[in-house]
Design a protein around this ligand. Sequence first.
Ligand SMILES: [Zn+2]
Length: 175
Amino acid sequence: MNWIITDFEEGARLTFKEPNDGSIHWNDAQKESVKQALRDTYLPSSTAQLLLDQAVHINLLISESGSSGQYIENEKMTPTIMVDFTEIQSLYYIGKDGLFKNMSLERVLIHELYHTIENRHDLVNPETGETYVRNQPRNYNHLSFDHLGEVVRKTNQVMLEACLESEGDGRAGGL
Ligand SMILES: [Zn+2]
């Protein structure tokens, strides 16, 4: 048995957090959709199991700030990510086949959890190995520039293993 099944009670290893100002609240349908998304990736994917089993606890902070793409850094023991359902529904990415794809809750959760649990960033400077800071010029033409990035690569692998996307759906680049 794995913890997604046995310990997936709220407050055990998963906490649904709300902003301190009380402006937004999780509803039951939203909580269930997150649990289902985690089950749907974890159960069929050994890559997702390797990732999520490292987390002692996961915090999910509901947000309406348009910042689902954010995670709270340096929270390795308690990975904390923001979930904005409205934003996720309006997000697209470019697939490996060059076509636009709808972002999914599963992809956002795994991507952001990978950032925080593994403490990895999307794109790094190929010469120094350091993460680019916002708006820093990026040497995209460098021969060893990793345009995909480890986080997207691993997320693509999880989505394939979980049969949630086909090969061409895999996200083509970082961020
Ligand atoms: Zn990212």
